[in-house]
Design a protein around this ligand. Structure first.
Ligand code: SAM
Length: 275
């Protein structure tokens, strides 16, 4: 929208100096923001839930792509700036002031929404695990398009045998498809963070039968909590785990990082069948 003030002007007029404690690293490059907004596909007519809109750069890009946006922001200084944006997109933007960690998303009427966020790094992983968790699948969201530190993004999409493969890889990949959609150089942010970033795109897939999320969570926590140890050691306190390995013919001398996502699913299913 041509009559929108430049983001730098919004930041100056609302005195939005970046607050480190809130993980504030803003994106101001319109072309880059449009590329991120396009990652979920065509969002025209779709609802997008955005966490941490800040001065509203990504929010603008999503609105310009035709989405209806519900955004939650914790920093009151940003709320006034975002309210101005509402005036440019009547009925298309809803701003919630509050903490995304406390937000009861089910009450926001977000069913079928895409989640798109340049996340504050301190809460990114916790929110991701929450969105990936839950017994009901497919989830209420249609896709996740989330900015992480590149190292975390690599863990989410990692394959077995790599150093990055771990609990987050299994939780993200057992019933969803995860890929790195875009790498973002640290210099694209104001102020630049110390490390590089990447946008991960996650789409739900069919859930494997007979597996409970909580079991998979306990299993991956135990297995990767002591990732250098053999499974017979790391899983010895998890009820039914060692019998399940035996039943599945998985060598208990193996280490967690050598098991595929399907192996973890099979072990969790066998534990649940016994429990
Ligand atoms: C990395 S900045 C991204 C800002 C903007 N989306 C952009 O791309 O320029 C993260 C934003 O999340 C907000 N934030 C931090 N913790 C939050 C929380 N718990 N709930 C909601 N928003 C939060 C910050 O105030 C900040 O605006």
């Amino acid at each position: 929208m041509s009559d929108l003030p430049p983001l730098r002007e919004v930041i100056a007029s609302h005195d939005l100096r970046a607050n480190k404690a809130l993980g504030q690293n803003f994106l101001l490059d319109g072309q880059l923001l449009a590329r991120i907004a396009a990652i979920p596909g065509d969002v025209a007519g779709e609802t997008v839930y955005e966490v941490g809109p800040g001065p509203g750069g990504l929010t603008r890009a999503l609105l310009e792509a035709g989405a209806t946006v519900v955004a939650i922001e914790r920093d009151d200084r940003c709320i006034a700036a975002l309210k101005e944006l509402c005036g440019h997109f009547p009925d298309k933007l809803t701003i919630r002031a509050g903490d995304a960690m406390d937000s009861v998303e089910a009450s926001l009427g977000l069913g079928g929404a895409h989640i798109v966020a340049n996340l504050p790094y301190n809460i990114g992983t916790a929110l991701l695990v929450r969105w990936l968790g839950g017994e009901s699948w497919p989830p209420w969201w249609k896709s996740l398009t989330l900015m992480f530190q590149e190292e975390v993004a690599r863990r989410i999409v990692a394959e077995p045998g790599s150093g990055a493969y771990g609990r987050l890889s299994v939780l993200a990949q057992w019933r969803a498809e995860a890929r790195i959609a875009l790498k973002v150089h640290r210099s694209a942010f104001v102020p630049p963070p110390k490390v590089m970033s990447a946008v991960v795109h996650i789409v739900p897939m069919k859930v494997p039968d007979g597996v409970v999320f909580a079991t998979l969570e306990r299993l991956t926590q135990a297995a990767f909590g002591q990732r250098r140890k053999m499974l017979r050691q790391s899983l010895k306190n998890l009820p039914h785990a060692l019998e399940s390995l035996e039943m599945l013919d998985i060598d208990p001398r193996r280490r967690a990082e050598t098991l595929s996502v399907q192996d973890f699913v099979a072990i969790a299913r066998a534990i649940d069948a016994r429990g």
